[in-house]
Design a protein around this ligand. Structure first.
Ligand code: NAG
Length: 454
């Protein structure tokens, strides 16, 4: 076949592929899973049933050495000494076409008593530091056989909504007249520009080796403030919008609400939902096929007290913060999907009056008046996600949990399809039901969201 004809077929083929979408399924794997105990302990053998669904595997997380500004492993023992980096990238031999990226940051890079964003913005501010990081990262990923790098950059977070009693509000109102709104990052505009330069230089450095460069927008990082979409989108292979933890017990200890709504929730900030984030990136010129919708496999929990009322309907008043740690995951305010499903009743248990199990509430109808136009065009249910709760009883704390389940994951998959987005990201595999303890099916959330007619 002559070159012209061959080129013609390549063009046609890539056109056909794009027309059909071929969505990406970006699977995050957090090395932290390997350090959990009991049923939550993750071993890379558990990855195998997941990888048939994944087009990309993102290994979380590497960090930054705050002295040298070079990339560094965050768990040297696991990643390097026990060869986990190498074993993970070796999986490419068995899963043809799988691309494996190393992610930096992801909120796992913590220096005690220091703001998580500090090293990340310090690095951006000095050209030498940026170059040191880029060249160290490039050597590092090549050394371990990664196909690219994901920037889960720890930018400063937006301020959470404060909940005050009426009287406190009055005094704070007065104070604000004098002090003005507190500013999260005084150098935000510079950091945004520096990040663009950083991404441009990074792309240049990776181009010759055809390595991938992607961005993970972490929860509660304000894209408007930090990401010059128009400039960086062409330089990135894709962007994962981590559309969850808009509400979470550490940021919002006095109010429980949907953590990862797809659409606007009445009474919340307009940008606290996945659809807003997607539309924002699209409106600034990011091609839809580069946008990956990130959903979470874990639940967020709050403790219910007598002050929380009887209905469980969000937003729920909380006076004692995060829910108790999960039996296996051992982190206050968090439950893996299988820890959530273990608390949900079987049909027989529902008939018997829940017997200590949680009441699950599926995608309820919104409270907002149906007269609002934008609500009429879209299915008015299936907008916010699922929650479950148990009221306090006999001196025992109650619990309120917002989570993703296979139904809501499938709804998000259909949203992704209908908007022509690049695909879905699962954050992360180690908190999905990787053993199939809920229903016998391994990775129910991954399965439900990956079912996009690949
Ligand atoms: C994000 O930044 C924009 C522009 O400064 C601002 O209008 C918006 O309220 C911010 N969002 C949050 C959640 O703080």
């Amino acid at each position: 076949m002559n070159i012209g004809l061959r080129l013609f077929f390549v063009v046609i083929l890539s056109y056909v592929c794009n027309a059909q979408g071929y969505p990406k399924v970006v699977c995050y794997y957090d090395g932290k899973g390997n350090t959990r105990q009991g049923q939550a302990k993750f071993d890379i053998a558990y990855l195998e049933p997941a990888l048939q669904f994944c087009t990309h595997l993102i290994y979380g997380y590497a960090g930054i050495d705050p002295q040298t500004y070079k990339i560094k492993p965050l768990n040297d023992h696991l990643d390097v000494q026990q060869h986990n980096f190498q074993q993970i990238t070796n999986l490419k031999k068995r899963f043809q076409g799988l691309r494996v990226l190393l992610s930096v940051g992801g909120d796992r890079d913590v220096i005690p008593d220091t703001d998580k964003a500090l090293t990340y913005t310090n690095l951006l501010e000095v050209s030498d530091r940026r170059h040191t990081f880029i060249s160290s990262a490039k050597d590092f990923i090549k050394n371990y056989g990664f196909d690219g790098i994901d920037l889960a950059w720890q930018m400063p977070r937006t301020k959470p909504k404060k909940i005050h009693s009426a009287i406190k509000k009055f005094f704070i109102g007065i104070k604000h007249v004098f002090a003005g709104e507190s500013i999260v990052d005084e150098k935000a505009a510079e950091h945004r520009e520096q990040f663009t330069t950083f991404v441009r230089d990074f792309r240049t450095a990776l181009r010759r080796d055809a390595l991938l460069l992607t961005l993970s927008v972490l929860p509660n990082v304000n894209s408007t403030v930090y990401y010059d979409v128009h400039q960086i989108a062409p330089l990135l292979d894709f962007v994962t919008l981590q559309n969850f933890d808009f509400y979470e017990p550490e940021r919002n200890p006095y109010e429980a609400d949907y953590t990862s709504p797809l659409y606007d929730v009445y009474g919340r900030k307009v940008d606290e939902n996945g659809d807003f984030q997607v539309r924002y990136w699209l409106s600034k010129g990011c091609p839809g096929n580069k946008i990956i919708y990130g959903l979470q496999t874990f639940g967020r929990t709050w403790k219910l007290s007598s002050a929380s009322g009887e209905t469980g309907t969000p937003p729920v008043t909380i006076d004692s913060g995060a829910g108790e740690a999960g039996v296996y995951t051992q982190e206050p305010g968090l439950l893996s999907y299988n820890e959530v499903c273990a608390k949900l009743p079987t049909t027989a248990e529902i008939r018997a009056g829940y017997v200590g199990k949680l009441r699950k509430v599926n995608d309820p109808t919104p409270k907002k008046a149906a007269a609002d136009e934008s609500w009429q065009t879209i299915d008015v249910t299936k907008r916010f996600g699922t929650y479950a709760y148990k009221l306090p009883k006999d001196g025992q704390d109650g619990i309120w949990v917002s989570f993703q389940d296979p139904d809501t994951a499938a709804q998000i998959a259909s949203y992704i399809r209908s908007r022509g987005l690049g695909g879905v990201a699962i954050v992360d595999l180690t908190l999905d039901d990787f053993k199939g303890l809920c229903t016998g099916n391994k990775y129910p959330i991954l399965r439900a969201s990956a079912n996009m007619n690949l």
